[in-house]
Design a protein around this ligand. Sequence first.
Ligand SMILES: [Zn+2]
Length: 192
Amino acid sequence: MYSQAVVLFLCAFNVMSATADDTCPPIVSRKEWGAVPAKSVQPLSKNPPPYVVVHHSASQICTDEESCKRYVRSVQHFHMDIRGWEDIGYNFLIGGDGKVYEGRGWGIHGAHDKRHNSVSLGVSLIGNFQETEPLLIQLETLKNLLECGVNTNRIQKEYRMIGHRQSTPTLCPGEHLFDIIETYPHFYDGPN
Ligand SMILES: [Zn+2]
């Protein structure tokens, strides 16, 4: 009896304390990975965005927080100092450790897909998925991040998911990852 009561109490407590944000995966913040400040920040022209653009980083996979943080810093350096962009191009990155790394974050204009930068959330899975399969944990995190985005009204409910290669001549997000996202319910293969 006692344990049943405890279980009931805990369930009720969870329901009462649940907020939409509870569905969100933890995000390694810019501060935590050691980002430098963006040169400028521009909001999306459509927010919440109607598109999600999936990328790969076309690099080696990172499998622990330290190496993923180091890699994300190197991407920011490349995008800002070599490419001359305002900030790291993506809104979020997902490491082989299954963690989300904050790029530009929610609601911010990206630099990852010319045709959708102002109307999409750009998410890059770290690794080269032309050569290898993404890790299951990366796919689970992607799913959780997008569910969180919809639940917290930071992505449109009926969003369209595309791979970068659908709007730009590129291999990105790699054959293996593209084959997977093609099976997702929000995948969109119409004109972009
Ligand atoms: Zn891409």
